[in-house]
Write a protein that binds this ligand. Sequence first.
Ligand code: SF4
Length: 350
Amino acid sequence: MDVDAASFARTVLNWYRRYGRHDLPWQQQDAYRVWLSEIMLQQTQVSTVIPYYQNFIERFPNLGQLADADIDEVLQYWQGLGYYARARNLHKAARVVRDEHNGRFPRTFDAVAALPGIGRSTAGAILSFAFGQCWPILDGNVKRVLARCFRVPGWYGQSDTMKQLWYLAESVTPEQQAPDFNQAMMDLGSMVCLKSKPKCEACPLKKLCSSYLHHSQAEYPQRKPSRAKPHKHTLMLLHRHGDQILLWRRPPSGIWGGLWSLPEVDDEHAIELWQQSFLSMAQTQRVIQDSVIRHQFTHYSLDISLAIIEMEQLPEQVSDEENYVWVDIEALANHGLPTPVRKLLTTLQD
Ligand code: SF4
């Protein structure tokens, strides 16, 4: 590294004092709120997070109330934010803190990093923002700033690249003022060193930034050579009886884990078998609507077709009744549903 770490930190901190964000709702708050914000901010932008954060805090104002809540309700408050494993881990971690740390958020790196859903960067951010400790962080914004400033080769999935980025993050984070420095680096990444078209002319680091000086900003961070996104298809079953529809609770892991959704089969031929297995009846009156929604996941796209099945009567029983429920369509808001499924049902309601 051929940049003076102290001058790097000073430059970033001076910029932060004037241009950084000082009034985010989770700043200068207790560890619970800092932790919640850090989890919500993983993979989600600040402007999207703010209303979710505020609703969540209103319903679960402290860690004890989150730990005591039912996971279904937690998921309901998370719906729309995506990456639902974050909510399940948050809830699990709240219970670990309640049961194993007497309800007090731990203050050591190892104890924080041992909580579900908390990696090295998130642990550093929580300890830094909540307790003023000096830990480096490496979220997406910080990685981008460092990768460009120091022209770090490789992509984030490569361990050598990550080792170098962590080394740089440790080197430039000042002992004093680590919380401000960490916030400043995140702000720089999200406000100035943008993914495409970084605003280099307005950047305080331009005199120190190696990729700026070499006119190679667009080459960093390097991207993993891309493969075409696979394409998947599913057929969702909308069983309807008057105003009631049948919902299915998805397994806790995997996409939309733990959320309520519609039962799914691979194709039309599997519908009858599914009905015999789960509803002990066969019902043949149905309308299939092909590929009504395409949803993009990070690693693949999913086409959802819909089979609308009008039931003349409700079945006497549903197998696996813990994970199936008949719900009045007006009461859907009480269930955490994946966004595309909610959209689909809202369209049908309209
Ligand atoms: S000079 Fe440009 S590329 Fe370098 S850190 Fe600043 S915004 Fe990013």
